[in-house]
Design a protein around this ligand. Sequence first.
Ligand code: MIC
Ligand code: SF4
Length: 639
Amino acid sequence: MGLNITQKIIKNHLVKGEMVAGQEIAIKIDQTLTQDSTGTMAYLQFEALGIDKVKTKRSVAYIDHNVLQSGPENADDHLYIQTVAKKHGIYFSKPGNGICHQVNLERFGVPGDTLLGSDSHTPTGGGIGMLAMGAGGLDVAVAMGGGEYYISMPKVVKVNLTGKLRDWVSAKDVILELLKRLTVKGGVGKVFEYCGDGIKTLSVPQRATITNMGAELGATTSLFPSDDVTLEFLKAQGREKDFIELKADEDAVYDEEVTIDLSELEPLVACPHSPDNIASAASLKDIKVDQVCIGSCTNSSYADMMRVAKILEGKTVNEKVSLIIAPGSKQVLNMLAKNGALATMIDAGARILESACGFCIGMGQSPATDAVSLRTSNRNFEGRSGTTSANVYLVSPEIAAASALKGYIADPRELGEAFDIEMPKEFLINDNLIVPPAVEGKDVEVVRGPNIKPFPKAKALEATVEGKVLTKVGDNITTDHIMPSNAKLLPYRSNVPYLSEYCLTPCDKDFPSKAKEYNGGFIVGGSNYGQGSSREHAALAPLYLGVKAVLAKSFARIHMANLINNGIMPLIFKNVEDYDKIGELDELLIENAAVQVESGVIVVKNKSKNEEYEMLLNIADRQKEMIKLGGLLNLISAK
Ligand code: MIC
Ligand code: SF4
């Protein structure tokens, strides 16, 4: 039986387990990436492992999230990451060099390699044929130390692309169509592997837009084959030597199949407040726009920016609209500067920002009260922009630029005749913002600013686990709810005690004070609990506040792994109706906890209501061990 690409890459990297969907496997990781807002924790954890030098083929530390520097905290973190990277064999991409996923694709991505990143949009690398996955900082730290990465063997979905995108329809519309069909939970436990005649018509950055936002499906990752298009891209990046061809066998077998006829797609929009709330741009014409933000790791490539410049050429941004543009990398920005496209954007009235995450994670550019903001990024969760009452719509660069001119949500087909943007034969290559590691790291001094606090460590499981239900939340709770990130909080990513004061506050403003008053306890959640970011802080802050278990209808992949890595039990309702029976401040009890963890079925007694609920702990034996010992670091030291 033939193999698909996902299976081929996994087979080449398999360390433990069998390639049977749903079973735990361990794979070897070739490359890692971190960014600064998850990186400080990842490097503190790497240091705790006591390993001198990373054992990967390549590890890169990017600075792209916290670049506002409104106090010393961010700069302190940058210095810590720069010095710890130098010491331990890690390349350091300085602030200004660009968004991790964009730069990694341009300068380091290698088809057929595995990439683990402490950021949920690491699957961007799938655009170049990598098996690229997001994970919590601790898993990335372990991978840097040469440890394997554990996942449950995903189902592989064949996404058959036929036809060719029509004028003004973009790669963003492909992934929005998939989100419309499958929802934000539709990809959990799956890899989306793209194939079909349509893929030949998509450039590497277009493919990367699609794999990037596969994260919003909850997917393990997404990937494209490595073909002539990939080779052209690598050649233009001066990296032809990194090319290998990758394609599925003729008789490859897939678990599921979806077909998208590219020629039938139209310009789409994800409406507030979820990436799967899809409508056509044409149907939203009555909505007036206050702000347009173009950039982020989803849509900030050279070709995206050139399309925007071409739409803006000779025109002026609508007087009611603030247009913000953040090119994705130094390479992109520099090319736009040299060919005059940057001047075109500035002429039209765009506000140009540093090549970084910026508006996407609420680091500045929060919209006005009740404003409508159109963004080319990938997440429009309530409050993520920094303005709780804002309505954020996710769109392609084409819709964004057209709307910035018109002042309402515009279907770019209104602009008339379309144009082509050629992919450059040669990108502008200058890696002078990438600092190589020291040859001999032992003399490098690691600089630790006062904001860098030790990370909390879990304790071994108690014989009886008891406490109150501290809060009860609904479906699709994001990590932005659990551990909010914005310009005020992001500077404290290396200070969990401070951050914990804000844990779950968008859902329940008293959560931290209740957790303290009752000495920790339980969280009750709905389905897809913990979707979104890879931030381990969404497990570390609850750990710091004494949370022992989360009882939910289902969990998002990365968050569930982060909970387990930090010794918190992710328990799934066997009977979903039990969710309705539990109330806030109910007193819960788990007796003989270790024995029950072992069995995988846990009886939770509700002392307040005199009821019992059967909960499932569907995790691998190794993970059960972690729950008993108090997390991954304890498991590693026990061994
Ligand atoms: C995001 O897009 O939500 C982030 C910010 O990049 C996160 C990482 C983080 O929380 O630091 C992610 O996607 O993992
Ligand atoms: Fe940065 Fe936004 Fe991409 Fe996250 S989604 S890595 S915040 S640009």
